[in-house]
Write a protein that binds this ligand. Structure first.
Ligand code: B12
Length: 220
């Protein structure tokens, strides 16, 4: 039983890292039919698989059109996995998070996983999508009055938008009311400190931990 679960997670990771989109969805469905824990498939299958794809893309071993098809399959797979998890955790229900990918940036696979995982953990999520103008983050802050504002950036050229967002929240007098949490491949703990963000999340599991810390749900 446990071996089959491990095997399926390995197959999922390999189907991603070796670029076999159809197999990604097939293995995911088999995994779900067996009733195994979706979080393990995400953290031990999808995340490392996509990390390897990132490295291959960096080295020029895989190209943009292939990554686009692969990305669609991975999004479908993570949505299927996350739809099996219930969203009725009592713990954090009243805590609201607004999340989006910074203006100019269309990468949203990681942000999608993060927002769904936060939802599963009971947070009330408002997902602004990708390529979100900074003004829209501000509008959403006013409209939804979130506890946390999360932003994602996958490019060094767009991550500077996060710093601008910090300044804009400050100028609008909203910063003291809202915690900020950032993430994405070019983001580090150091960068978060540098721009004055409240938290950095390395992956979806870490994002959940950090979000709980920000709303003081991890104490006691
Ligand atoms: C998939 C991908 C694409 C897909 C995106 C599909 C989609 N719907 O998202 C497509 C093919 C469309 C694409 C397009 C482009 N891409 Co691209 N892409 C990637 C790739 C290979 C993987 C990204 C990914 O999905 N990773 C998997 C997910 C699960 O990981 P993740 O995003 O890091 O998210 C995790 C954490 O970071 C964290 N996290 C993420 N967001 C948040 C938010 C919060 C609040 C928190 C707490 C945590 C958190 O949790 C997530 C889950 O574990 C990366 C390579 C890399 N090394 O990252 C390049 C990469 C990001 N792309 C790059 C580039 C240059 C582009 C293009 C400009 C290419 C081009 N020449 O046209 C365009 C971008 C256009 C634009 N305006 O955005 C560069 C960026 C370089 C830079 N300047 O920094 C990279 C680094 C590749 C490279 N080395 O050249 N890309």
């Amino acid at each position: 039983m446990a071996d089959n679960k491990k095997e399926l997670i390995k197959n999922l990771k390999n189907a991603i890292s070796e670029n076999r989109p159809d197999e990604i969805v097939e293995v995911t469905e088999e995994y779900i039919e067996n009733g195994y824990d979706s979080k393990d498939a995400i953290s031990k299958g999808i995340t490392p698989g996509m990390r390897e794809i990132g490295e291959k893309f960096d080295k020029g071993d895989i190209f943009l059109p292939q990554v686009m098809t692969l990305g669609d399959a991975v999004s479908e797979s993570s949505e299927k996995l996350l739809s099996t998890l219930s969203e009725d955790s009592e713990e954090t229900k009243e805590d609201k998070i607004v999340i989006g990918t910074i203006e100019g940036d269309i990468h949203d696979i990681g942000k999608g996983i993060v927002q769904m995982m936060l939802k599963v953990e009971g947070f009330d999520l408002v997902d602004l999508g990708r390529d979100v103008p900074l003004d829209d983050f501000i509008e959403a802050a006013k409209e939804h009055e979130p506890d946390i504002m999360g932003s994602s950036a996958l490019m060094t050229t767009t991550r500077s938008g996060m710093e601008e967002l910090e300044d804009m929240l400050e100028e609008e007098g909203l910063r003291s009311e809202i915690k900020t949490m950032i993430g994405g491949a070019p983001i580090t703990e150091h960068y978060a400190e540098q721009i004055g963000a409240d938290a950095y999340g390395e992956d979806a599991m870490d994002a959940v931990e950090k979000a709980k810390n920000l709303v003081n749900k991890n104490e006691g």
